[in-house]
Design a binder for this molecule. Structure first.
Ligand code: GUE
Length: 306
């Protein structure tokens, strides 16, 4: 098999952001107001800080108003719920994202269910989960990572996945389950595999579309990939890379890898997403798309199709 096509998530994400930007200008001209995105972060996890920073930066690039609430790690659940309720009531806010994970003393589910479903641009509220799983896709906010992954699948295979076998490895509420719903809505035959699946390798080898969302660095080697498959790698794992030398504090430098062994898988796949530069940038782009869609809905304006 020839070397696989590398699916450039960064380029597709840039295209989406251009569309969001243009549509934001139209909306501003019509209503005089910009879409508003509120990001709430509790605690100082450095990785979370980086993600929140790039979300805020992209929001500004799109012409949104972007507000950030940084609460310290000891913030009580009640205080956080109040912040969320205030954002629900604020007409300048179209999208609310509470960065996960939250500190242990806070009930994550309770916080998510407090977000107004029509501002839930993460798509985690039960109302949006229900909309997606009943096929009410026009009304649903779809979680950003699976929504972005789905656009990358469509880049390669088009909109109709009739006759294709899709295997998702990972059953999380944030990625695996919503990804299954999206693939099913596009007519694929869907299997959700996970850590307790018997003969995972054989199951994966049956996949025309293989989605890896296990959170284990480079776990899916070439042996898991069917010739000609489309491979979507959702994993983002930071591993030590001693070959790059040491950081100033004497610990080894790190690099990002996915859940798929890219070098091996790309010898078999027809197309594959890299890490970084694959699904990650799409996640942020879809957050912008969802926020725009929310603002358009309030304004009674047509939102672009993505
Ligand atoms: N409520 C909530 N919603 C989220 O969407 C959410 C969250 N909580 N908590 C944390 C995760 C993580 N996440 C990422 C988004 C973009 C990249 C991304 O753009 N990654 C780049 C690399 C970035 C780097 O170099 O570290 C890439 O893959 O190319 C990664 C991770 C969103 N998350």
């Amino acid at each position: 098999m020839a070397e696989a096509k590398r699916i450039d998530g960064k380029a597709v994400a840039a295209r989406i952001i251009e569309t969001v930007k243009a549509s934001t200008e139209t909306l501003k001209a019509k209503t005089g107001t910009a879409p508003g995105l509120a990001v709430v972060i509790v605690g100082e996890d450095p990785a979370s800080q980086v993600y929140v920073g790039s979300k805020a930066k992209t929001a500004k690039e799109c012409g949104f108003t972007s507000i950030k609430h940084e609460l310290d790690a000891e913030t009580s659940e009640e205080t956080l719920l109040k912040v969320v309720r205030d954002l629900n009531a604020d007409p300048a806010v179209n999208g609310i994202l509470v960065q996960l994970p939250l500190p242990k003393h806070i009930d994550e589910a309770k916080v998510i269910q407090t977000i107004d479903p029509d501002k839930d641009v993460d798509g985690f509220h039960l109302i949006n989960v229900g909309r997606l799983s009943t096929g009410a896709l026009a009304e649903a906010f779809v979680p950003c990572t699976p929504a972005g992954s789905m656009l990358l699948v469509r880049e390669v295979l088009g909109d109709d996945l009739s006759g294709k076998n899709a295997v998702i490895v990972g059953r999380s509420n944030i990625v695996g389950k919503p990804m299954a719903q999206l693939l099913l809505a596009a007519n694929a035959t869907v299997t959700i595999a996970h850590s307790r699946t018997r003969d995972l390798q054989a199951v994966c080898r049956g996949a025309d579309i293989l989605v890896a969302a296990v959170g284990r660095p480079e776990m899916l080697t070439g042996d898991y990939v069917k010739d000609g498959a489309v491979v979507i790698d959702v994993g983002i794992n930071r591993i030590e890379a001693p070959e790059k030398g040491l950081k100033e504090d004497g610990t080894p430098k790190t690099r990002l890898v996915g859940d798929v062994n890219y070098a091996e898988a790309s010898e078999k796949a027809a197309a594959i997403t890299p890490v970084p530069g694959g699904v990650g940038p799409m996640t942020i782009a879809m957050l912008m798309a969802n926020t725009l869609r929310s603002a358009c809905r309030v304004a009674g304006a047509e939102a672009p199709k993505f």
